[in-house]
Every structure is written in structure tokens, then in C-alpha cells.
Design a binder for this molecule. Structure first.
Ligand code: MZP
Length: 502
């Protein structure tokens, strides 16, 4: 006979935290959100920590190199999506690892025989007014000069004027040599009153630009997640099909941690993939696995050697797996049960395996609930898809509102059949995700700062200065349908137009 759980599975919105004693030292700026990313033995420290408990979803519409750079700069980590050719994913990982704070790869370049018309168009298209002129027009070509808005007058010059006639030529430029530190570059910028310093290699090829405005860059990102070589940390998604080619390429490109991306991780394919990685690289390559929703799933992947385990099936905002296949579990219940198993596993073996709550986070407070229930970090798709740094297009939708594209990995658009692989053909036979829009929300950093301040504030109410303390001391209650209504503004007439000021 089938097994039945006695209780229904529940979502985050069905729970609330109760306040605990707020000690006087419980103030937001004393709260740390540092959290382990990979497993560790009792008494030891994990090889990788996150400074913020946020990871961005392994999705085409979420985690490319731009997202990975922006998130690592705030203290979290992205898993660059794996539903693309290996070389393309490797290139994205390389871009993150080669990113040097304050050192920018030029994205607006022209050749000296192009015209003022090309300059005006490029400036309009990119919004950038500093244009390096290279021999071949590529970002890393031989530097021939630079054009800025101070070099030409649109109304006075002919649009057909060649760039070589008005650019500042190489021999008049102040430049830095490759290997220069950011503080040395900034000293040159200040000494020579520059807005931008090009950095070149021994062959005069352009490497980077350093801008005056990026001077305070590092100070503004104190939680930046860096490896031992001071490069940004990034993850990468893999699948259970082409791992023998993909994993070595990603490791070679410098990915710090991998994660098997699958809608159902309780499978022998996941175990085989982990075995391959651990057999080839030992513990030097870290790999997360998932997704699971119960004790057995967790135990299986823990024994298989996963470095962290992702929890969640069917709760993603773009996910229709539950409707299509009748598989899944309310996200809160899944996290609570898997966390119990993880804690028991830790008691028995002395190995602490971090848990990631993946999908279904709608409100910022859901993140605190997930952490309090035992997750060490959360994975977010919809949340990050709304920002400037996500790969989806920003589109105007009626009135003044903007939206961004957000599509599921199981949608016809992403066609990530490996994520839904049942060992059959290499195709997606039916959709498990939708193609959608999310409201545009601006810059990642601005939004993450607000979310973090909400989380810290809640933790202070709960009397917890760290995630670990929150997990030990949180008190939670289920809420009734009617008490949910009580939680929002109710029984008042909202003053939307500031009537009283008129
Ligand atoms: P959310 O943050 O948008 O609610 O959920 C993101 C998560 O949904 C991803 O991390 C992934 O686990 C899952 N996902 C991605 N694509 C699909 C799909 O097409 C999906 N069904 O469920």
C-alpha cells in the first residue's frame, strides 16, 4: 500500500515567526548573514562561505556572467546556467574569474578609419562616452587612441569625418601597464586629472579601462565574495549527461563550485555524476546536488558525497511540474523535514551538509523563514530575474511600467531537457515551465540591500545575531486563513493620493 503523510505539505506563507527576547546587542549592524556553502566536519571550517545567504538560480533567464559578477560583489554566488554549449558556459565563467573590480573590459570600441557618425551612434546605443580606438575594433585590439565627448563637436564637424582626424592618439595618452594595482591606477588618474585610464600589455594591446568613478568601488562592496587570489567566486550548473566533458572544462575555467541542476535529484544519475567528480578530483572540486524534498532523498545524496543539497520540487514561480506530473511538496514542509534529517546526519556522522531552499520565495520574509527552518542559503530565480543584471530583455508594458522576461528551464524556450532527464531521448517531450514576465526592479545591489535590512531586522526581533542562532532559537507558528488577512492593512481606507495634504 502507498505511504501517506498525515499532515498536508505547507508553503512559507502559512508560517510566521514569533519574537524572542531582543537583547540590547541585537541590532541590525551586529547581525551576520555569513553561512557555509559546502560541507565540513565538526570542528572544522567550510572551504567556501557565503557572506550573504543568496544564490541565483541555474537558469538562462537569471545567471549569466553579469549576474554572477553583480551577486558575488554583494556577497552571494551565482551558478552560471548549464543549458548552453560547454564553450559558452566556460566563457561566462572565465569572464567572472577575470573580472577585476575597477578594471573594466571595454564594450564600446571602433577603428580609426570609422567616422564621427559611428561614434555618435555607438554612444547613443551604449550610453558610454569613452570609446577606445583599436586596430581591429575589438576590445582587446592594439590601442590606437581614445575618443571622448571632448574630442568632437557634433554641430561643427562633418559626420563623415574619420575618427583618426579627431581622436586623442596613442602617443598623447596616459596609460597604465598590465599588472598595475587599482590603487596605483587611481593615483595616476588623480595625478593626471583623468576620467579614464587605459591599461595595456607589452604589445600595446588594450586590457582594461579604469574609471575615476570606480575609485571607491571596493569600499562600497565590503562583503564581496573573493577566492584566495582575490578573484570573484562563481558557481556553475552541470547535468548528469555530459559531465565528463563539461566538468573538466568548468574546473579549468576556474569555477569554484558546481551544482547538478535537476528537477528531481533523487536519482542514480546524480550519484554517478558525483562519483565521477570525486573520483577524478577528490575533494578539491565541490559539487552540490538536488533537488530533493524528503529525508530519503537527502540521505541518498549525502551518502553519494554531495557538498550541499538543494531542496524543492515544483514550488518555483515559473514551474508547472506539479500540474503536469503531480510531483512535488510544499516548500516549507520540504525544508523542515530535510533539515531534520540533515541535523540527525550531522549528529551521527559529524558531517554538516548545508541545505539550499530552492524556489517559491515570493516575499523577502520567506527567506528568513527558510533560514529559520534550517536552510543555510536560498536559491532565487524570480527575485533576481527582475534586476538590470539578469539576461532577460527589459520591455515596456503599458503605461510607464517595465517588465523583464523570465522563462523556466522546463519551458519550450529554454529546452533544458537534461534538467528533466528520465534517461530517454535528448528532447523535452512536454513543458514543465512557463515563459513569463516579472516586474522590472532596477539594480541588484539596491534591492539586495533592502532585502538584507529586512532579514536583519526580523532576526533582531527573533533575538538572533546569526543564521545558526536563528535556526536554534526560532519559534514559528502556522497561521489560519483568516489571520493571514489580519497580517495586511485591513479595515481601513488607504490614502493613496495623500489627500490630507491637498
Ligand atoms: P523561483 O525563485 O522563480 O520561485 O524559482 C526558481 C527555481 O525554480 C529554480 O532555481 C529551479 O529550481 C526551478 N525551476 C527552473 N525552471 C523551472 C521550470 O521550468 C523550475 N519548471 O521549476
Amino acid at each position: 500500500m502507498a505511504f501517506y503523510f498525515n499532515e498536508p505539505s505547507r508553503t512559507f506563507s502559512e508560517y510566521l515567526l514569533l519574537p524572542n527576547l531582543t537583547r540590547k546587542e541585537c541590532v541590525p549592524n551586529k547581525v551576520t548573514l555569513k553561512t557555509p556553502l559546502v560541507k565540513f566536519n565538526r570542528g572544522e571550517v567550510p572551504a567556501i562561505y557565503l557572506n550573504l545567504p543568496f544564490t541565483s538560480a541555474i537558469m538562462q533567464a537569471v545567471s549569466d556572467d553579469k549576474m554572477a559578477i553583480a551577486l558575488a560583489r554583494c556577497g552571494g554566488i551565482s551558478f552560471v546556467y548549464g543549458s548552453q554549449f560547454i564553450e559558452d558556459q566556460v566563457e561566462m565563467v572565465r569572464k567572472v574569474k577575470n573580472h577585476k573590480a575597477g578594471f573594466v573590459l571595454s564594450d564600446s570600441n571602433l577603428k580609426a578609419d570609422q567616422t564621427l557618425r559611428d561614434v555618435v551612434k555607438l554612444t547613443k546605443d551604449t550610453g558610454h562616452s569613452t570609446i577606445p580606438i583599436t586596430e581591429n575594433g575589438y576590445p582587446t585590439g592594439k590601442l590606437m587612441g581614445i575618443v571622448t565627448s571632448r574630442d568632437y563637436r557634433v554641430n561643427k564637424y562633418s559626420m563623415d569625418l574619420k575618427i583618426e582626424e579627431f581622436m586623442t592618439p596613442f602617443h598623447s595618452l596616459i596609460y597604465g601597464k598590465e599588472g598595475i594595482s587599482l590603487s596605483e591606477a587611481n593615483d595616476m588618474i588623480w595625478e593626471h586629472k583623468l576620467n579614464c585610464l587605459p591599461i595595456i600589455d607589452d604589445n600595446q594591446k588594450l586590457c582594461y579601462l579604469v574609471f575615476r568613478k570606480d575609485y571607491t568601488d571596493h569600499q562600497e562592496n565590503p562583503l564581496e565574495l573573493l577566492d584566495v587570489h582575490k578573484r570573484l567566486v562563481t558557481g556553475a550548473g552541470i547535468n548528469t549527461r555530459d559531465y565528463e566533458e563539461r566538468v573538466p572544462a568548468l574546473v579549468e575555467a576556474g569555477a569554484d563550485v558546481l551544482c547538478i541542476d535537476s528537477s528531481d535529484g533523487f536519482s542514480e544519475w546524480q550519484s554517478e555524476t558525483i562519483s565521477y567528480i570525486k573520483g577524478k578530483y577528490g575533494d578539491s572540486v565541490k559539487v552540490g546536488a538536488g533537488n530533493v524534498v524528503d529525508r530519503e532523498g537527502f540521505h541518498y545524496l549525502a551518502e553519494a558525497g554531495a557538498d550541499f543539497i538543494k531542496v524543492g520540487v515544483g514550488g518555483g514561480s515559473i514551474c508547472i511540474t506539479r500540474e503536469q506530473k503531480g510531483i512535488g511538496r510544499g516548500q516549507a514542509t520540504a525544508v523542515i523535514e530535510v533539515a531534520k534529517e540533515r541535523n540527525e546526519y550531522y549528529e551521527k556522522t559529524g558531517i554538516y551538509i548545508p541545505l539550499c531552499s530552492d524556489g517559491g520565495i515570493v516575499h523577502d520574509y520567506h527567506m528568513v523563514l527558510a533560514l529559520a527552518m534550517g536552510a543555510d542559503f536560498v536559491m532565487l530565480g524570480r527575485y533576481f530575474a527582475r534586476f538590470d543584471e539578469s539576461p532577460g530583455r527589459k520591455i515596456k508594458s503599458g503605461g510607464m511600467n517595465y517588465v523583464k522576461e523570465y522563462w523556466g528551464e522546463g519551458s519550450d524556450r529554454a529546452r533544458n531537457w537534461q534538467r528533466y532527464d528520465m534517461g530517454g531521448d535528448d528532447k523535452l517531450s512536454f513543458e514543465e515551465g512557463v515563459d513569463s514576465y516579472v516586474p522590472y526592479a532596477g539594480k541588484l545591489k539596491d534591492n539586495v540591500e533592502i532585502t538584507v535590512s529586512k532579514i536583519k531586522s526580523t532576526m533582531c526581533n527573533c533575538g538572533a545575531l546569526s543564521i545558526q542562532e536563528l535556526q536554534k532559537t526560532a519559534k514559528m507558528t502556522l497561521v489560519s486563513a483568516t489571520s493571514i488577512r489580519e497580517g495586511g492593512a485591513h479595515d481601513v481606507i488607504l490614502n493613496k493620493d495623500n489627500e490630507y495634504e491637498k
